[in-house]
Design a protein around this ligand. Structure first.
Ligand SMILES: [Zn+2]
Ligand SMILES: [Zn+2]
Length: 176
């Protein structure tokens, strides 16, 4: 698979048994639906109490067409926007993969901080820090943000992915 910003091939990175494709140049990240599902299947009972505003309210989603194409199936990507958050994600309506630019990643973290949900997630993930660092194989500048990244991965599993059927219906209505 190729970087959406034309930097050539994406590389594999392993976070907590979840394989993610990323661009070593711009640090954009591609999440495949299967990878997300795999993470979700793992028992994580503590996450039951997790209550974060991001992506909760269906009425706050906005969708727009982009010129970008999915690195996996070459279909056009749709930009998904949430509320006043400036959080944007590129979604493939066919394989349900998600592309996150570096800036988009940061915007999500900023949004979580303003909503004070970040503290909860950050503290939750802190326990994994040591364990993670031992198995982490990616570049150093990624490693510094490992905890934030993992926080985001959890959010995708528990908040964003459940909205897929709804997002699909939005996209289909757009095409009529
Ligand atoms: Zn790139
Ligand atoms: Zn796709």
């Amino acid at each position: 698979m190729e970087c959406l910003n034309n930097h050539g091939k994406l590389e594999k990175i392993l976070f907590c048994d979840v394989e993610v494709d990323y661009c070593p140049t711009c640090l954009g990240v591609w999440f495949e639906q299967d990878e997300l599902r795999f993470a979700k299947d793992k028992k994580d009972e503590q996450l039951n109490w997790l209550d974060v505003d991001l992506w909760r309210d269906k009425g706050k989603f906005k969708i727009a067409k982009t010129r970008r194409v999915c690195p996996a199936c070459r279909m056009p990507l749709y930009e998904v926007n949430y509320d006043d958050s400036k959080v944007k994600i590129d979604l493939c309506n066919l394989c349900k993969g998600i592309w996150l630019d570096r800036g988009e990643f940061k915007q999500i973290i900023i949004y979580l901080k303003t909503k004070s949900d970040y503290e909860i997630l950050h503290n939750y993930n802190k326990n994994f820090r040591q364990e993670l660092w031992e198995i982490f194989t990616g570049p150093e500048k990624f490693r510094e943000e490992l905890i934030d990244f993992l926080t985001l991965l959890k959010l995708f599993n528990y908040k964003f992915v459940v909205q897929h059927p709804f997002l699909t219906s939005l996209i289909e209505n757009m095409q009529k």
